[in-house]
Design a protein around this ligand. Structure first.
Ligand code: NI
Length: 177
């Protein structure tokens, strides 16, 4: 296993459509292991293969940051979605920036595991946001396309501090995808 370099905004690889995974072999296992290790090192909640320069439809996500359980999605597809929710979103490929993005409140996903077995999973709120964000990477799209503007970490801290001052709930530290 090794930690791979996470590509950032300027890299053209991030804007390409990824190919389906057709071989469920040792190379795929190595890629998924590296994605896990790289995501853990970056303390993020999701990472897609194109973010490390591999144009294959594979992602790892942490649907519930409280549990720190990571799941692998190969050739993932959205089967169903419901509702809409706007919240802050960040990306390991857009370091230091944050934006508000509307995503479905709930999604149901179908994907293959590293052995090629299909399974279904679903997620609401943060998990739904994370699934949608990662699947979009596989299409060569990034969240900033949906955000009216991007904010720096300092601007975000100030906004969240103001919300707390006005009786809003204290916000946990944001983690990127
Ligand atoms: Ni991202």
């Amino acid at each position: 296993m090794s930690i791979r370099t996470i590509l950032t905004q300027e890299d053209p690889t991030l804007y390409k459509v990824c190919h389906p995974v057709t071989r469920f072999d040792g190379r795929l296992a190595d890629l998924l292991d590296d994605l896990r290790e790289t995501l853990t090192e970056a303390n993020g909640v999701g990472l897609a293969a194109p973010q490390v320069g591999i144009l294959r439809r594979a992602v790892v996500v942490v649907p519930d940051p409280e549990k720190d359980e990571m799941i692998e999605l190969v050739n993932p597809e959205i089967l169903a979605q419901e509702g809409e929710e706007e919240d802050w979103e960040g990306c390991l490929s857009l370091p230091g920036m944050w934006g508000r993005v509307k995503r479905p409140k709930w999604v149901k996903i179908r994907a293959q595991d590293r052995n090629g077995n299909w399974f279904e999973t679903e997620g609401a709120d943060l998990a739904a946001r994370c699934f949608c964000h990662e699947l979009e990477h596989l299409e060569g799209h990034m969240y900033d396309e949906h955000a009216d503007r991007l904010y720096t970490a300092e601007e975000l801290d100030e906004i969240l501090a103001n919300e707390e001052g006005q009786g809003g709930k204290p916000k946990k530290r944001r983690r990127r995808r």
